[in-house]
Design a protein around this ligand. Structure first.
Ligand SMILES: Nc1nc2c(ncn2[C@@H]2O[C@H](COP(=O)(O)OP(=O)(O)OP(=O)(O)O)[C@@H](O)[C@H]2O)c(=O)[nH]1
Length: 389
């Protein structure tokens, strides 16, 4: 089937323009630096570059070709910049601007020698796609998500396009200075490039969506005020640790810490001061824990601390330490200092795989209420008779 080369170029321009403007609009002034706007501008520059190539085919003005090549290289540099922006990395100016300068120099220097200009420029552009592919690989943490797979596929396709172009030049299959001639290698490489652009852009957009989804999931598991895991996230971790402890037959302890007379703090200093106290207590508790321990906000002014591989005696010592640490703290508020204390209930057991997490929390809660009844600012351990129930 004969394919008209100007139509192929037009298709590239239309697709790059529409994708570029859509991405630019969706990334415009986003609060988070996703690099989408950069990507959109890159696509628009690419479209402009192809418009200039097409015009050169008709008007035969060499500077159009030079500018088209520079714009193409600039658009690839913007793709790289967008990726680095997405990952909040600083990109070396040499990596970004170096190839663009090289393309500008080579295509100007060999403006009237297409046998040198075309392969030289193609080699630099191929190098740019290698850098893009390396950048996609470098941001891999854990298994590749679908967005990155698509990006890699797109970058590889672009690499194949330039290799194919170089190969067809070496083999003499295409008249390299005749851009508008409908030669099979030209048509094939341009179509492959178009497909590469679509894969790349979809991959990039998907990658931003995947990151937003992951952040949303993560935030949904954190308490917005204190930044520690919320009740449902804590319960998930607790269930998981209980199952592991039951398999390994190691002890698990739980602390329930409740701020004393918190209502008085709220009533005296105001609700915002109460919030500041909650944040300060959460920080204090967190700073006294090991990496494997989990602090969670159970509700209102109640915090839970999960201590894997910790017998009740050790948990009690830690609880005393945390209680003392909070007692020593003062929360500054509008020129005043708010004193805070906590009451802590301790419960521990070697799980047998049958216990329900909620039942264990209730035991720690009962111990905490015993501490309240005994006068507050103290630690109480659950009834030993119940300790392994
Ligand atoms: N500022 C603030 N207050 C909260 C928050 N969640 C719950 N509270 C308040 O915490 C207070 C808890 O009061 P109580 O249950 O009577 O407990 P308490 O005053 O600490 O008394 P004891 O626990 O017996 O020492 C209530 O006034 C709630 O409105 C919050 O996120 N921020």
């Amino acid at each position: 089937m004969p394919v008209d080369m100007p139509t192929v170029l037009l298709a590239i321009v239309v697709v790059a323009c529409s994708m570029g403007s859509a991405v630019l609009v969706s990334g415009w002034r986003l609060p988070r630096p996703d690099g989408l706007a950069l990507w959109g501008v890159g696509l628009l520059l690419l479209a402009l570059g192809f418009v200039l190539f097409g015009l050169h085919g008709w008007l035969d003005m060499p500077w159009l070709l030079w500018l088209g090549n520079v714009l193409l290289s600039l658009s690839y540099a913007l793709v790289l910049l967008a990726l680095e922006h997405f990952h909040q990395r600083r990109c070396s100016p040499w990596m970004l601007a170096g190839p663009v300068w090289l393309v500008a120099l080579l295509s100007w220097g060999f403006l009237h020698q297409p046998q040198w200009r075309v392969p030289a420029v193609d080699m630099v552009l191929l190098g740019q796609w290698c850098i893009v592919a390396a950048s996609v690989f470098r941001c891999q943490t854990g298994p590749l998500e679908r967005g990155r797979w698509l990006l890699l596929l797109g970058a590889s396709l672009m690499g194949v396009v330039y290799l194919g172009r170089l190969w067809s030049q070496v083999m003499g299959w295409s008249q390299i200075d005749q851009l508008l001639l409908s030669q099979l290698p030209q048509v094939l490489t341009h179509f492959a490039g178009l497909a590469g652009l679509v894969f790349l852009t979809l991959g990039y957009v998907l990658m931003t969506k995947e990151r937003a989804d992951a952040e949303f999931r993560q935030n949904a598991r954190l308490d917005a005020l204190t930044g520690v895991p919320n009740r449902s996230a804590f319960l998930d971790t607790f269930q998981h640790v209980l199952a592991q402890a039951a398999r390994g037959r190691w002890p698990v302890s739980l602390l329930m810490a409740d701020i004393d007379k918190f209502k008085v703090i709220n009533d005296t200093y105001g609700h915002l001061a109460g919030d500041a106290v909650l944040r300060a207590v959460a920080q204090r508790l967190q700073s006294g824990l090991r990496a494997q321990d989990t602090l969670g906000r159970y509700g209102g002014e109640e915090f839970l601390v999960l201590l894997p591989d910790t017998p009740m005696a050790g948990a009690r010592t830690l609880a005393q330490h945390l209680r003392y640490s909070v007692e020593q703290m003062v929360v500054p508020w509008e020129g005043q200092s708010i004193a805070v204390t906590i009451s802590v209930g301790v419960y521990g057991c070697i799980p047998d795989g049958v216990q329900d997490a909620q039942a264990l929390i209730d035991r720690a809660d009962q111990a905490m209420y015993a501490a309240k009844r005994a006068g507050r600012n103290r630690v109480e351990v659950a009834d030993v008779a119940l300790a392994c129930a």
